[in-house]
Ligand binder design. Structure first.
Ligand code: FAD
Length: 458
């Protein structure tokens, strides 16, 4: 560990939230030499991991995630954090991007070759079966524009409008751009900012074959967060679960402590609030909610993700993952094969539907039925198989919606309140809401906190 920067050794840091932003902030502080006994994390839930958690079904003996998460090869800070915590084996990257795509009775695939830079996409796009030849050429023509997106100019328009302005048909948008973009941004092309979409495609798809590889978790998400926290605790960081912060204590524009549920006040000279944007607003003293930095957060809205975990009575799926255009676009994972559960191999699938507003009003039986027939369309073996269980997991507050113009609402780590820093996937990371964005935000908040001269007098 490096020596702590001058002036911060004796100042305590309180971190609110043990999601990946909070874990990353704590780890970054330690890595910069902050003594562990000066870091306390308060977490409302009984477990760490925030929006990436797991739960057990005692009856089935299976562990579910709140949603199947994936990574891309470009998620280097998350990978680095896992390595430093000794849990890098928690996911594996495909050697090369390879996702079979089912659409209207036919299969195509999103794929990549080991070619320099954006050229890695060329062979795959030229043969992508779900586009007509002219649509493929147009897709290729637009790809170079992803390399240098004018982020400022494009934040106000939707990705869908930008794609149409650049010669993409609605058919190509649905079968290519929206299929990938919705999974990455958790919003459909017409709902999300062109700037963030282009930047996300640049980083995760166009930049190179290494960055575009799909990362598939081989362990339940909750285990990773639990191991990360155990590691931090082992180093001496104090973590208090089931401890919600109800209010930030601020005096003369300086944070002085946090009020905990039950009324106790924990004095704090510096606080990193690594909670969702609306949770941050709720814990601000009322006088601060109209402050320019925080008032903007009211314009951020949530986008839901629906997951279904389907257990068949026999194997129905051979590959690790595929995408389907059924139900407006969904990704299907061979969960048993990823987690290494031979008894459920090919039988236990998880289905992820991002930006799933359309399905909000449907009852559980109707949803389960639609998902089963969508799976049966793509998987012949599923047609005769019996479904033993179908567990639906709704996450209405899965991620913020990166709507056009939303980048100006995303906060920087340093706030107008002295000693208060913010982290979370919704902050101004330049990334879509993701594990990678959360980890980067934690690093940025720790950096900002260490750059902040203490003690905070006058
Ligand atoms: C269904 C689903 C699928 C997803 N798929 C992917 C994916 O494939 N790839 C990907 O990269 N990302 C994915 N994400 C997004 C990813 O999970 C999030 O971006 C990331 O986990 C956010 O981390 P965070 O630390 O910023 O916030 P959170 O995980 O929300 O952590 C905030 C923490 O603060 C705690 N907290 C809140 N209020 C208080 C309080 N008052 N006092 C104390 N503690 C408090 C919460 O309990 C929580 O633990 C998905 C999310 C969902 C829900």
């Amino acid at each position: 560990m490096e020596r702590a920067r001058d002036g911060i050794n004796d100042a305590r840091t309180t971190i609110i939230g043990a999601g990946w932003a909070g874990i990353s902030a704590a780890h970054s502080l330690l890595a910069q030499g902050v003594p562990p006994n000066l870091i306390t994390i308060f977490e409302r839930a009984p477990h760490p991991g925030g929006r990436a958690f797991s739960f057990d079904d005692e009856k089935q003996g299976l562990t579910f995630d709140n949603g199947q998460h994936v990574l891309l090869g470009c998620c280097d800070q998350f990978a680095d954090l896992l390595s430093q915590l000794g849990i890098r084996d928690a996911y594996r990257l495909q050697p090369l991007l390879h996702i079979p795509v089912y659409c209207d009775g036919a299969w195509g695939r999103l794929s990549s070759k080991r070619l320099a830079g954006a050229l890695h996409l060329l062979p795959g796009l030229l043969t992508y079966a779900h586009l007509r030849p002219l649509e493929r050429v147009r897709a290729l023509r637009v790809a170079p524009q992803f390399l240098r997106p004018d982020v400022d100019a494009l934040d106000g328009i939707s990705f869908g409008d930008w794609l149409r302005q650049n010669g993409q048909t609605d058919r190509a948008i649905g079968r290519l751009w929206d299929l990938v973009g919705t999974a990455v941004l958790n919003g459909h092309a017409d709902e999300v900012s062109a700037a963030l979409a282009l930047e996300s495609f640049r980083m995760g798809v166009v930049a190179g074959w290494q960055q575009a590889r799909l990362g598939l978790f081989t362990r339940p998400l909750g285990d990773l967060a639990a191991e990360a926290i155990t590691k931090l605790q082992g180093l001496g960081v104090e973590i208090r679960f089931n401890t919600a912060v109800t209010e930030l204590q601020v005096r003369e524009s300086r944070v002085t402590g946090v009020r905990l549920r039950g009324g106790d006040v924990h004095p704090a000279e510096t606080v990193i609030a690594a909670v969702p944007h609306d949770a941050l607003v709720r814990m601000l003293p009322s006088g601060l909610r109209d402050d320019e930095d925080f008032a903007r957060l009211a314009s951020l809205t949530w986008s839901p993700i629906l997951n279904a975990f389907v257990l068949y009575d026999r194997p129905v799926m051979g590959q690790d993952v595929f995408a389907s255009m059924e139900l407006g676009g969904m990704f299907v994972f061979n969960r048993a094969s990823l987690l290494g559960l031979p008894q459920y191999e090919g039988r236990w699938l998880s289905v992820s539907i991002s930006a799933a507003h359309t399905y909000r009003g449907l009852g559980a039986d109707e949803l389960a039925m639609q998902i089963r027939s969508a799976l049966a369309a793509a998987l012949p073996q599923a047609r005769a198989a019996q479904v033993e269980t179908c567990k639906l997991v709704w996450q209405p507050h899965a991620t913020f919606l990166a709507s056009p113009g939303s980048s100006s609402a995303r906060a920087n780590p340093t706030t107008s309140v002295k000693g208060l820093f913010v982290a979370g996937d919704w902050t101004n990371t330049g990334w879509p809401a993701s594990l990678e964005g959360a980890v980067r935000s934690g690093i940025a908040a720790a950096e900002a906190r260490l750059g902040h001269k203490l003690p905070l007098t006058s």
